[in-house]
Design a protein around this ligand. Sequence first.
Ligand SMILES: Cc1cc2nc3c(=O)[nH]c(=O)nc-3n(C[C@H](O)[C@H](O)[C@H](O)COP(=O)(O)OP(=O)(O)OC[C@H]3O[C@@H](n4cnc5c(N)ncnc54)[C@H](O)[C@@H]3O)c2cc1C
Length: 378
Amino acid sequence: MREVRAFLNEALTPELRAVGRATIGVHSDIAAGLKWHRRLYRRGWIAPAWPKTWGGTGWTARQRFLFDRECALNDAPILFAGGIRSIGPLLIEMGTSRQRERYIPAILAGDDLWCQGFSEPSAGSDLVAVTTRAVRDGDNYIVTGSKIWTTGAHLSNRMFAIVRTSDGGRPAQGLTFLLIEMPSPDLTVVPIVGLAGEHELNQVFFDGVRVPVANRVGEEDAGWGVAKRLMQLARSNNTPSALVRRVFRRAVQAATKAGDELESGMRARLAGLAVELDAYEAQELSAISRGPVDAHDPRGSSMLKLVGSELHQKIAELAMELAGPAAAAQTSCAAAENSWVGAGARAMAKHLSVRAASVYSGTSEIQRNVVGGYLVHG
Ligand SMILES: Cc1cc2nc3c(=O)[nH]c(=O)nc-3n(C[C@H](O)[C@H](O)[C@H](O)COP(=O)(O)OP(=O)(O)OC[C@H]3O[C@@H](n4cnc5c(N)ncnc54)[C@H](O)[C@@H]3O)c2cc1C
C-alpha cells in the first residue's frame, strides 16, 4: 500500500484530482481521464483484474479492492473504461487470436475507446428485439439501422454491437455480435443531453456501414450468448463500491458542515447508509475473491449491479438533501469548487445523473428477474 500511495501522491496532480472531484456523470472529463489512464498504463496498473498474461497485475482480490478504494479516496478521475471493464475481458475469453492481438494492446494503452451498441429505440430490456440488420456481402457485413443511449459514442473509435442477421425461429437465434470501427462515413452520431445537462448519451445511425466478417465474435446468429456474457462481465463491475464511497464522502462532508444543526433523522439515514455501504464492500470483496465471473451463474453480477446502483442512488439523494437550499443553485455554479453553492449544485447534478444507474446496464427490475429466475429455476 505504501507503493500505491507514493505513486498516487506523485501521479495524481492537483489538476487531475480537481477533475475527479468535479465528475458528475459516469466518467470524468475525457482528456484528464485519458491522461490518468495512460499514467496507470505506464505503471502497469491499468487492468488489475485481467489475467497477468494479458496485462493484469496478479494482485489478490483484496489488493485490487484496496487499490480501487485508494484511487477513489484520492479523487482520481473516473475512467471511460468500457474497454477495460467489458469488451477487453470478453475478447480475452471469446475473441479470436487476431482480434485479441489487434484490440487488447490498444485498450490497455488507452488508444482505443469502446462504446456499447446494444439498445435500440424499440429494444432495451427486451434486447432480443433488436432490428439493426447486418447483411453478408462477401467478406463483409453491411450494417443498417440505429442504436440509442450509446454512452460515449462521440468519444469512441470502436463499438461492440449486436445486430440481426436472420429472422425466424426464436428472436435470440438470429443475432450476431460485431466489432465496429468508428468513425465511418456511413455512421452518424447524434447527441442526447441527459437529466443533469451532460452530453454522455447518443443515438447512432448506420447507413450501410461495412464491417469485416473477421470482426465477428462467435458464430453468425449465435451472438446472443456472447452478448449475455458481455453483460455479465459489465454488471460485475458496473458500480464498484469505490465509486459509491466517493459520493458517501460528499454526504459526510455536507453533514459535518451542518454540525450540531444536523437533524437527527438525517444523522440516522447517514448511519444506515454507512452500514449498507460497508455491507456492499463486503459483498464486492467476496464476489471478486471467488475468481472470474461464473458464466453459469448470472446471480453474482446481477446482485452487485442491483445493490450497488440502488445504494449509489440513495446516497446521492441524501447528499443532495444535506446540501439544503444550495442544491437549487444553477448547474453552472457546480464549477465553483470551494463554495457552498458550488457543492450544492454538484450534489443536485450528481443526484440527477445517478437516477440513471438503475436503468443502464439493465434496469433494477431486470436484475431482479435474473436473480429471481435463477433462484427458482436454477
Ligand atoms: C444513462 C444511460 C446510459 C446508457 N448507456 C447505454 C449504452 O452505452 N449502450 C446501450 O446499448 N444502452 C445503454 N443504455 C440503455 C439501457 O441499457 C436501457 O435504457 C435499459 O436496458 C432499459 O431499456 P429501455 O430504456 O428500452 O426501457 P424498457 O425496456 O422499455 O423498460 C421500461 C420499464 O419497464 C420495465 N420492464 C421492462 N421489461 C420488464 C420485465 N421483463 N420485467 C419487469 N420490468 C420490465 C423496465 O424495468 C423499465 O422500468 C443506457 C441508458 C441510460 C439511461
